[in-house]
Design a protein around this ligand. Structure first.
Ligand SMILES: *Cc1c(COP(=O)(O)O)cnc(C)c1O
Length: 410
């Protein structure tokens, strides 16, 4: 008899986006003339940079000739891409990351979900609340947690509350954990972790022999000079941290698929007999066993952003969304609403008004009175209650129109 992995049954259904879709469809049906503007989109909408298109066309042509055709590539990723990443994102910022420490993938979601496989099943995990759901769900599937409790938390997980009171900066816990997921700039709050906050986490990880999994998918959106773009800007982080990056939000690759992780040579964990083993070796084994590489065409497309022209094009792309974020932030403030984020991220975290604390009630009000859709914060974790996530991924035109409607918010 084939038995199921019952860990999967611990997960609640993916209620958030289906419920949003249902409520929006019902409203549209009852109000066929309403022009609904979606500020809940978690996906980019602008086309790929021209340098990427040109590079991918050239790569496709190479695949069409016997002299330049390529089959399986190196599982870790082509050297041409890993070298450019090490140069542009690390060496040029004074950080030491070698191409051998970089593993190319078909996106960060898989990396964030798969990384837990190289840790012992009895490892204790800590995650932010609210947070990108992949970190938690992948650990639930693996059996690293207990059941979902009535307070919305899974048993056996250390939740790190991120609220306005602590400036959305999770504090190291009193207890000992083994794996810490940090996301900065953060999805959904749009806020960042400063140098001091990251220093405290690196110190905690060193003291507790823990590993930090640092998701920097939105690093390209950081505009403030003092905000770390990489965990490796913190002294000692190479001994305790793995970093995740993606071309999705940086270069519009959500549908094209390319990301990577950095695992420093010296980052080790212990075996049950006390021997130290490099995590990089375990990930290399996993990656070469379960993954056969990102397509050559995609890797050439990704490589193209690492040129003067490419850098200018992705900067323009990111600035388009950041300008939308600025417009949303300023309009909401002018309407008397309290917002966070949106300066170093494409997300704005909107506090629900005092007389309407429920994020679903506020969602309904925005839909009914302004025909605008956000994402209720409660969907990202219990501490997300009392907030709504707005994104800057819609067009400039729709963003401006939505903000016009919000000006008269009462
Ligand atoms: C979008 C996103 C990613 C990147 O996902 P891809 O699989 O690379 O498209 C990773 N982490 C967070 C927090 C994200 O929002």
């Amino acid at each position: 008899m084939a038995k199921v992995n019952e860990n999967y049954l611990k997960l609640p259904g993916s209620y958030l986006f289906s419920e949003i879709g249902k409520r929006a469809a019902k409203f549209q049906k009852e109000n066929p003339d309403a022009k609904i503007i979606r500020l809940g989109i978690g996906d980019v909408t602008r086309p790929l940079p021209q340098v990427c298109i040109d590079a991918m066309k050239r790569a496709a042509d190479e695949m069409g000739k016997v002299e330049t055709f390529r089959g399986y590539g190196p599982e870790q990723g082509y050297g041409f891409l890993r070298e450019k990443i090490a140069d542009f994102n690390y060496a040029r910022r004074g950080l030491k990351v070698s191409p051998e420490e970089i593993f190319i993938s078909d996106g960060s979601k898989c990396d964030c979900g798969n990384i837990q496989e190289i840790f012992a099943l009895d490892s204790k995990i800590a995650i932010g609340d609210p947070v990108y759901p992949v970190y938690l769900d992948s650990n639930v599937m693996a059996g690293r947690t207990g059941d979902l409790q009535s307070d919305g938390h899974f048993a056996g997980v250390t939740y790190l509350p991120c609220t306005a009171e602590n400036h959305f900066s999770p504090q190291p816990p009193a207890e000992k954990v083994d794996i810490i997921y940090l996301c900065s700039p953060n999805n959904p709050t749009g806020t960042v972790l400063g140098k001091d906050a990251l220093k405290a986490w690196v110190a905690y990880a060193k003291a507790n022999d823990a590993v930090i999994l640092f998701d920097a998918a939105y690093a390209a959106y950081i505009t403030e000079p003092d905000v770390p773009r990489s965990i490796y800007e913190i002294d000692g982080a190479r001994d305790v941290a793995i970093e995740f990056r993606s071309f999705s939000k940086t270069a519009g690759f959500t549908g094209t698929r390319c990301g990577y992780i950095v695992i420093p040579e010296g980052l080790t964990g212990t075996t049950s007999t006390g021997e130290r083993v490099p995590f990089k070796n375990l990930w290399a084994r996993r990656h070469t066993t379960k993954f056969n590489g990102t397509s050559y065409i995609t890797q050439r497309g990704a490589e193209a952003i690492y040129s003067d022209e490419g850098q200018a094009q992705i900067k323009a792309l990111v600035n388009y969304y950041l300008e939308n974020a600025r417009i949303i932030r300023e309009s909401l403030s002018a309407a008397g609403l309290k917002t966070f984020g949106g300066v170093n991220a494409p997300y704005i975290w909107l506090k629900t008004p005092d007389d309407m604390p429920s994020s679903w009630d506020f969602f309904d009000k925005l839909l009914r009175t302004k025909h605008i859709i956000g994402t209720p914060g409660a969907g990202f974790g219990p501490c997300g209650e009392g907030y709504l996530r707005l994104t800057s991924f819609n067009s400039r035109e729709n963003t401006i129109e939505a903000c016009e409607r919000l000006k008269t918010f009462s």
